[in-house]
Design a protein around this ligand. Structure first.
Ligand SMILES: *Cc1c(COP(=O)(O)O)cnc(C)c1O
Length: 373
């Protein structure tokens, strides 16, 4: 039995006729760039996240870049973030002309360690950018607390955490502004590229809208330098339909994760992900840690027809553009990059497939133990 790492076809196939009907409506109204379908999705997504505004943009990287600009990040500023994330988090900071200042992650949740923020603050610090890695929210209360004490903005990278909660509040609604990607494999995925900014701050919402549309304050009157980062109508229509299914998708992801964790707990050669109290993990990624021979284990699973991945094999601070950057030691981040192994996790998996991954993983770990004594 093959268990691919992702299977998008299985998600969109049951919705195909509804998706096509939505797209036909967009074609009939010729509302392709921005327009009523985007506005409807924005209203629905803001309501879902518990914010007063959502601003649809072209992708998650643009969401981060524009949100940082909206809170005032610019050339020469510093933004405190994590290195254990997809590269776009740091890239967006650099695209503002600012510098990412990496702090290490908590060894249990692998999200920003709030105890390390204060010592990273300098007179140039403008914002804190936590990432809700793998679908679990960062420890937002202490992060927001330290930000308030120092007059810093909090920008959430919620690109992996659509619908995740912290003390009952949804990802994107705890900081000053939240950023989402709707890349097709995300928990809420478009039929192409899309992203969104959410906020309850009307000034930040207005700035984001102006920035995504060439900085126009009125048609052909450009108040500031912006960009073309608009969401397209076809994506908005598809996303609004799929948003109705998000809670169901996340519930299925949580059930599969619970099965994995029950079957893989207490294994001496493996650590399972841990859901922190008062946080609801939405398992964009189910990453175990394999302290020894991670790549070999992944290779052996591939030979068994089981797809795995690593999120991420090279942390941002070790990527070429950031190698010269001075940074503090990041031992937990480095360890995670060596040990993490992502197992297949999507709503459409079957219980039998999850079982198959667990038994294959247990076999592989037993045989690598034997081979390597
Ligand atoms: C996917 C992702 C992004 C980038 O989103 P795009 O839509 O691909 O531009 C940014 N940050 C994180 C953590 C992501 O997972």
């Amino acid at each position: 039995m093959q268990v691919p790492f992702t299977n998008l076809r299985m998600q969109n196939q049951p919705l195909q006729s509804e998706l096509l009907a939505e797209m036909l409506r967009v074609v009939e109204e010729s509302a392709f760039a921005g327009g009523p379908f985007v506005e409807k999705f924005e209203g629905a997504f803001a309501a879902y996240c518990g914010t007063t505004h959502a601003v649809g943009v072209a992708n998650g990287t643009d969401a981060l870049w524009l949100a940082l600009q909206a809170v005032g990040v610019g050339a020469g500023d510093e933004v405190i973030t994590v290195s254990a994330t997809f590269f776009a988090t740091a890239e967006a900071i650099s695209a503002c002309g600012a510098t990412p200042v990496f702090v290490d992650i908590d060894p249990i949740t692998f999200t920003m360690d709030p105890r390390l923020i204060e010592e990273a603050i300098t007179p140039r610090t403008k914002a804190i950018l936590p990432v809700h890695l793998y679908g679990q929210m960062a420890d937002m209360d202490p992060i927001v607390h330290v930000a308030r004490r120092h007059g810093l903005a909090v920008v959430e990278d919620a690109s992996q955490a659509h619908g995740a909660t912290y003390k009952g509040r949804k990802a994107g609604s705890l900081g000053d502004i939240g950023c989402f990607s709707f890349y097709p494999t995300k928990n809420l995925g478009a039929l192409g590229e899309a992203g969104a900014i959410v906020t309850s701050n009307p000034i930040y919402a207005h700035s984001s809208r102006v920035l995504r549309d060439h900085g126009q304050s009125a048609k052909y009157h450009h108040a500031v330098l912006g960009w073309n980062a608009r969401m397209d109508g076809l994506q908005a229509a598809a996303l609004r339909l799929k948003l109705n299914h998000l809670d169901n998708y996340n519930a299925k992801r949580r059930i599969h994760a619970a099965h994995y964790s029950a079957r893989l707990a207490n294994h001496p050669a493996l650590a399972i992900p841990i859901e922190a109290p008062q946080r609801q993990h939405v398992y964009h990624i189910y990453a175990v840690r394999v302290p020894n021979h991670r790549d070999q284990v992944g290779g052996m699973l591939a030979a068994e027809g089981i797809g795995t991945s690593t999120h991420y094999p090279v942390p941002c601070h070790r990527q070429t553009p950031y190698r010269a950057l001075h940074h503090r030691p990041l031992p937990i981040t480095d360890r995670l990059s060596r040990e993490c192994l992502s197992l297949p996790l999507y709503p459409e998996l079957t219980r039998v497939q999850v079982e198959r991954v667990c038994s294959a993983l247990n076999c592989v770990l037993a045989s690598t133990d034997l081979a390597l004594v």
